[in-house]
Design a protein. Sequence first.
Lengths: 252, 305
Amino acid sequence: MFIEKAVVRSVEEIAEGIFLLSAHSPSIASIAKAGQFCNIKVSETDFPLLRRPFSIFNIKGDFLFFVFDTHGLGTKILSAKRKNDTLDILGPLGNGFDLTGDYQTAVIVAGGLGVAPFSFLIRSLQDDKEMVSYLGARTKKKIVNLGLKNVSMATDDGSYGFKGNVVDLLKKETLELSKKKFRIFACGPNPMLKELQSLCIKNNYDCQISIECAMACGFGICQGCPIESYEDKNYLLVCKDGPVFNANAVKL
Amino acid sequence: MNSVDLSVNVGGLKLKNPVLLASGTVGYGNEISQFTDLSKLGGIVTKSLSLKPRKGNPPQRIVETPSGMLNAIGLANIGVEAFLKEKIPFLKNINTTLICNIAASSIEEYVECTKILTNEDTIKAFEINVSCPNVKEGGLEFGNNVNTVRKITAEVCAVTDKPIIIKLSPNVSQISEFAKAVKAEGGDAVSAINTLVGTSFNIFTRKPKIKNITGGLSGPAIKPVALAKVLEIKRNVDIPIVGIGGIMNWMDAVEMMIVGASAVQLGTVNFINPNAGVEIVEGLISYCEQRSIKKISEISGSFQI
Ligand SMILES: Cc1cc2nc3c(=O)[nH]c(=O)nc-3n(C[C@H](O)[C@H](O)[C@H](O)COP(=O)(O)OP(=O)(O)OC[C@H]3O[C@@H](n4cnc5c(N)ncnc54)[C@H](O)[C@@H]3O)c2cc1C
Ligand SMILES: Cc1cc2nc3c(=O)[nH]c(=O)nc-3n(C[C@H](O)[C@H](O)[C@H](O)COP(=O)(O)O)c2cc1C
Ligand code: FES
């Protein structure tokens, strides 16, 4: 883990209100794994005070990539960064996806900007794995499909692909999927993950979910990010024990 | 060797420099040591311990506020026994002063924790947290009652030879009355301040942003309050003070010492810059060098009013 003063190379708007940022951050880039995140200080002042957590979207050489949605002040400031600005990045944090094990097909389920960790995951997967992706968004303009393969789409308003949520879309296809051993990798808003979780628990699917919650430190010292566990009577910490968990391990 | 003598003595507790990391903002030292060299600090204060483990409050526990944050962690901790077994082995080798913070829900529990922990040589002093705003057992808020603070101080001091620092609540009208009580009962120092009670609501759902409804406010937003409380104690009571609240850089640390602190603790800043402590020590050295200050302790309470 490092605190690195990274130099911004580019920030571009890739969909409505959604930005792709790249920064030169060789130390973090050299050790990061798919599913890990970084905690980024967006301003040099005490306002906003806390760092903002973002999944590592991809890594190319010494460069880190992030995709983010403009949400409040922090992401607004981040979207206004320009080439050669410095960015204080702490990372890589958390445990990332577990790609090892016995499965033939990687099933990616992403809601909205839940696509963030998957470019990197796809690159990290062994070549012998097949891949199918299910991507959900609120509406056509908000679709961010970066590097996913064999994609089926769902939009809440039906403006593109299946009308409805991405878990309903997945449910329609599980019969087909079940012909091979598969593992689901999922990221997205909590209600979506919750629905997916109950589907996976009911059917005993192998599934890893990446979770978001409010954080301060991002590395285990503030105890600000607890999540109820099915296995342990104590809370787990999303930043340190996660953000990726087995779908049957935590209560959403 | 530094040309500046950074060492300080806080009520009998000798520290190599006045920069400590505050309870609840360093865990038990292991995670933050990946980002900073703890041996360069004056010391660390571990997360509040209770006799038995505490699960802590349900989420959401934290929320950012203007230049600050609210927390209601609820004193989640592993308990005295697990601390001794699992955390002391690491803490033995950090090469800085270890202060153990205790939070309990009864006077007996404070005494019991101190009795057990005092046998561990690695622990050099105790900080007694009588001021956590997020836990109220049996409707009792120790930190708001001078007589309870008096009693806790007396009973805890009776079971250990190690220095006792009582951590005071700012959520009272006259903090100096509490410091007086601590001194009268033989406490070696006070630390101030713990967090201020605050809240924050979502205007669309009209619900509180943290589950506990209220939380403790910390960070740069509380620095002026912390300075005023430390100054009030300094001007009214002759007891060493550890200044806490909103310190982000060496200038804040100097300011805290000028109004009366013998040493300082860093809290929220650790979440943003886990190496802040080391940077502040370096800043203090250059401040002293540039002003030909030989001993850092000279600046404590050096305000000109
Ligand atoms: C592990 C992890 C990975 C993430 N990855 C991405 C990503 O790749 N792309 C992306 O767009 N977003 C991601 N998020 C969410 C992102 O952190 C928030 O959108 C961002 O913090 C909002 O900051 P703001 O100042 O714009 O919003 P504000 O609402 O002004 O923020 C106020 C406070 O709430 C916190 N907060 C608000 N929304 C969230 C949220 N959804 N999750 C956690 N904290 C929140 C902020 O950190 C801040 O402390 C991730 C969150 C986590 C925990
Ligand atoms: C997340 C968090 C947890 C804390 N936990 C404790 C605790 O367990 N015991 C304690 O005495 N103080 C605790 N504190 C209070 C700090 O030690 C410190 O007094 C306070 O945050 C003010 O300093 P700051 O503004 O530098 O953060 C906590 C503070 C924060 C932000
Ligand atoms: S965000 Fe601080 S412990 Fe997880």
